[in-house]
Design a protein around this ligand. Structure first.
Ligand SMILES: N=c1c2ncn([C@@H]3O[C@H](COP(=O)(O)OP(=O)(O)OP(=O)(O)O)[C@@H](O)[C@H]3O)c2ncn1[C@@H]1O[C@H](COP(=O)(O)O)[C@@H](O)[C@H]1O
Length: 115
């Protein structure tokens, strides 16, 4: 099967992260990302929280198009937070990959037993 173009699958997140990183120290008057970096971690984290709430609201409402819009806003701000803290997307992809094939229920049980 032909591979989906980058814009149609998760690799767009890696691409977006690189753009976000490139905005560090950039001009806050021309770049929203540079403006967020200039405002600092607390403001970036606050934006992630706000976008998460808006995503939850659209999830409950059930309008797919609005849910997609809010989800995109959330992912963008989450990537800005990762970049602000120096966390690479690969670290998150590796974490997800390590969980592949492991039932969430089994994982939770193992966690509670190791406490
Ligand atoms: N994906 C996004 C993206 N999603 C949302 N936003 C912006 O995030 C802002 C959120 O608006 P809000 O009103 O919620 O927040 P705010 O204006 O920061 O106001 P306050 O919360 O401070 O009151 C808007 O200006 C959106 O345009 C984004 N800005 C940039 N990107 C991507 O990042 C790339 C680089 O953008 P620049 O850094 O602006 O060049 C772009 O090419 C896009 O691919």
């Amino acid at each position: 099967m032909a591979r989906a173009p980058a814009s149609l699958d998760g690799t767009i997140l890696d691409k977006l992260y690189k753009v976000i990183e490139s905005r560090k120290g950039g001009d806050p008057t021309t770049s929203n990302t540079a403006r967020l970096f200039a405002k600092g971690t607390d403001k970036i984290a606050q934006k992630v929280g706000e976008e998460a709430v808006e995503t939850v609201i659209e999830g409950v409402r059930g309008r797919k198009k609005d849910l997609a819009l809010e989800s995109a806003d959330l992912l963008y701000h989450l990537l800005v937070l990762w970049a602000d803290r120096g966390l690479k997307p690969q670290d998150v992809w590796d974490t997800l990959a390590a969980r592949e094939g492991v039932s969430g229920i089994a994982e939770k049980k193992a966690r509670s037993q190791s406490k």
